[in-house]
Design a protein around this ligand. Structure first.
Ligand code: SAH
Length: 369
């Protein structure tokens, strides 16, 4: 994030950017490695404490740079161990970051935008409207803060084993900042996570999926939610621009040269909307053409929504049909529901600039008359 003064925030740079920064200063590029180690391995944010930089360089840097992080506004713990933080940003906005511990892994769900502009009809983040993109520093800063609080690396085991860009926002609409932050998640000087452990989830921005493949090696998740265009467009309006056939082609291409790599499709099950046996059969046909896995997400309700979660029997029936069709499908356990940390429930504090939340409020008032 930009500091109030005009100093640059070092967290806005990945390793390559930092090397260039030092070179431009007339310094050796390896300074980048030293600084990254201090920040990500020792959680040091005071330039003056970075002793191997030499006193003159430290003094110079102190006037030119900051290491600015999102500020922890609140922390909530769910009965199931899930933790949700509200992270404050300059300008009065805030985003949410969620840690989901499981027996053998710990997943951190990270936000990429304040709010979201895509207006998916079943997502509460969309209902908040959109304020702005997060900077690279604000994205990697969420991981840094969570890692520090959790005591990330202890006795050789990691608390955060996976990062998913599945929090607030559409990551591919904030492309450069997201790539820079993910590059630090992957980098050994950063968090050192393997490609399959950093997942970008998209509502289906087709051209950016192709760009992503050229820029970085990470896992891809696609929010599908419907096997046919008409229905998908009502749920994910972006589908009008990039219909299912184009999206599937982009997914095939994304994994085409990657051994054993799959695309994860997310499918939120809503009662009477997209959860019939017929939908399941159509989904099987569609997914057969892409090396993939399917995550079935029971719909999480939020105030003001008219959608309801499918019944357990309908969810299981749906799963049985797709599995019988040869698709690997798991039903995602709802986590952190008691603290509104489940999928689609992240709202943060959005200073909406699209005025969507006001429009919605009006609509709701009209409906109740
Ligand atoms: N914009 C990206 C990243 C958000 S990921 C994307 O669409 O993929 C958040 C996931 O939760 C998406 O799959 C989204 O469709 C799903 N989701 C949104 N609202 C939900 C809700 N109310 N219940 C369950 N899942 C929801």
């Amino acid at each position: 994030m930009k500091a109030v003064d005009d100093r640059v925030n070092l967290l806005d740079y990945d390793e390559a950017g930092l090397r260039k920064y030092f070179e431009a200063m007339g310094e050796k590029p390896f300074r980048a490695q030293q600084v990254l180690k201090w920040i990500f391995h020792h959680y040091e944010t005071d330039i003056n404490a970075m002793t191997d930089l030499g006193i003159t360089l430290r003094q110079q840097l102190a006037t030119r740079v900051t290491i600015g992080l999102p500020e922890i506004v609140s922390e909530q713990k769910s009965a199931d161990g899930t933790v949700k933080w509200l992270m404050g940003l300059p300008g009065g906005n805030a985003v949410e970051t969620v840690f989901i511990p499981e027996a053998k892994r710990g997943t951190l769900c990270v936000s990429s935008q304040v709010g979201c502009a895509l207006n998916c009809s079943f997502c509460s983040t969309g209902a908040q409207g959109f304020a702005r993109n997060l900077s690279a520093a604000e994205i990697i800063g969420q991981v840094w803060q969570a890692a520090r609080i959790l005591g990330h690396e202890r006795n050789g085991t990691r608390r955060i084993t996976n990062v998913v860009m599945m929090g607030m926002g559409e990551p591919l609409l904030n492309f450069d900042a997201v790539i820079s932050a993910m590059s630090l998640m992957r980098n050994d000087l950063g968090f050192g996570l393997a490609a399959k452990r950093v997942t970008l989830s998209t509502a289906g921005l087709v051209p950016a999926i192709y760009r992503l493949r050229e820029c970085i090696d990470v896992a891809l998740a696609v929010s599908l939610h419907a096997p046919v265009d008409d229905l998908r467009t009502t749920l994910v309006p972006l589908n009008r621009k990039y219909p299912i056939a184009e999206l599937m082609q982009a997914c095939r291409d994304y994994v085409s040269d990657k051994h054993k790599r799959t695309v994860t499709f997310e499918y939120t099950l809503m009662d009477g909307v997209n959860d019939s046996p017929e939908h399941a059969h159509k989904l099987v046909k569609l997914l057969r053409s892409v090396p993939s896995k399917l995550n079935l997400i029971p719909f999480n309700p939020f105030p003001g929504t008219h959608y309801r979660c499918s019944s357990k029997t309908r969810i299981i029936r749906f799963q049985e049909i797709v599995m019988a069709g040869g698709v690997i499908a798991i039903v995602r356990k709802t986590r952190g529901e008691d603290i509104d940390a489940a999928c689609g429930q992240l709202v943060g504090k959005v200073r909406d600039r699209t005025r969507r939340s006001e429009r919605l409020k009006l609509k709701r008032e009209e409906m109740s008359i």
